[in-house]
Ligand binder design. Structure first.
Ligand SMILES: *Cc1c(COP(=O)(O)O)cnc(C)c1O
Length: 352
């Protein structure tokens, strides 16, 4: 008898998240996971590795609060933004009973985390202008505990309209949490919704060091919310979620010097992105370049599968979104370093 039969029925039915890492591929130019092309240099003090770390290392919490312009009581640090998403679901949703709401096409982990925890997913697709359908969401607020929005949205790049968000926050008061995932906000910081945190207790913002800070390998993310919500999440989080070396590196990344480096990286990525978008728009096989607000461009090719195969033959690994609703022929290209962008452009230009 297989041990699989001992697992929870829900788990037996699950398909694991198809992360860029798991899909893999053969290549030397990795532009499929929105990682940065470099990380930077850090030093580690290994004298206290015999001790358990703090649950919420104060040097990390204080540095992130200062950076985000919020109070330390409004910050939770976790193993990546993904753990923040999972903790919200585990804290607010009763398995087999409560639901979350998502607006596809969007980041895959909201639905994966919900399903893993026996929580159902209500889908209210993005509108034709790729905004959340605020009226559609408000109409279903009584069915759900958490609404997940993503701004800039992965993979389409669009920003959530603030007037619409405020309307939703007012309607959701005392009924549901509204999460705005800002994993890519450093690439367009003027569009953060963090200034609404003090006015809306039910607003939650997800952040990460994986993208603009170039630290996907350390697994460090943040949840910003009212002290009441943070207090609830702290009841559910593991006792030692942040390894001490991670806390040391995060504190260095969030120092004044670290922030200068991050902003330089962002400027360079935004410059390369504008250049690539301009070149793509002139190309006969490109039908559409989506909103350029993150460290990636979603591009509709004609046809997409042929372009994906051509890139792949040249050793360039991208992420194919063709199977997602409304994204036929769409491929997401992470902005890498100048040499990697040249490699992409070279493939585009050949056999035109
Ligand atoms: C990358 C990403 C995250 C979080 O990533 P972590 O590496 O777990 O911090 C969250 N949301 C979106 C939309 C992302 O693209």
């Amino acid at each position: 008898m297989s041990l699989t039969k001992l697992a929870r029925a829900k788990v037996q039915q699950l398909t694991p998240y198809q992360s860029a890492r798991r899909i893999g591929g053969q290549g030397h130019v990795w532009l499929n996971a929105n990682e940065a092309a470099d990380s930077g240099e850090f030093s580690l003090n290994c004298e206290r590795l015999n001790r358990y770390p703090e649950c919420q290392p104060p040097q990390v919490i204080n540095a992130y609060a200062a950076y985000a312009g919020v109070a330390p009581e409004q910050v939770l640090v976790s193993r990546g933004g993904d753990e923040g998403i999972e903790l919200l679901i585990r804290t607010f949703c009763e398995p087999g009973q409560d639901r979350i709401l998502i607006c596809p096409p969007t980041y895959g982990m909201y639905a994966i985390s919900a399903e893993t925890n026996g929580v159902e997913v209500v889908e209210v697709p993005l509108t034709d202008t790729r905004q959340p359908d605020f009226d559609g969401i408000i109409a279903r607020l009584d069915e759900v505990k958490i609404v997940f929005l993503c701004s800039p949205n992965n993979p389409t790049g669009d920003l959530v309209d603030q007037a619409g968000l405020v309307r939703l926050l007012n309607a959701a008061k005392g009924r549901a949490l509204v999460v705005v995932d800002e994993a890519y906000i450093e690439f367009c910081p003027e569009h953060s919704q963090a200034d609404l945190l003090n006015d809306y207790d039910g607003l939650v913002i997800i952040r990460t060091l994986s993208k603009a800070f170039g630290l996907a390998g350390i697994r460090c993310g943040f949840t910003l919310a009212s002290p009441e919500v943070i207090g609830l999440l702290l009841k559910v989080i593991a006792p030692y979620p942040v390894p001490d070396p991670v806390a040391q590196i995060a504190a260095q990344a969030l120092s004044d010097q670290g922030l200068v480096l991050m902003r330089k990286r962002v400027d360079e990525i935004n410059r390369l992105k504008t250049e690539l978008a301009g070149r793509l728009e002139q190309h006969a096989q490109v039908k559409e370049v989506f909103a350029p607000n993150g460290n990636y461009l979603l591009v509709r090719f004609a046809p997409g599968s042929e372009m994906f195969a051509r890139m792949s033959r040249a050793g360039i690994i991208l992420r194919d979104f063709a199977s997602k609703p409304g994204l036929a022929d769409c491929i997401r290209i992470t902005i890498g370093n100048p040499a990697e962008m040249d490699a992409v452009l070279n493939v585009l230009q050949e056999e035109q």
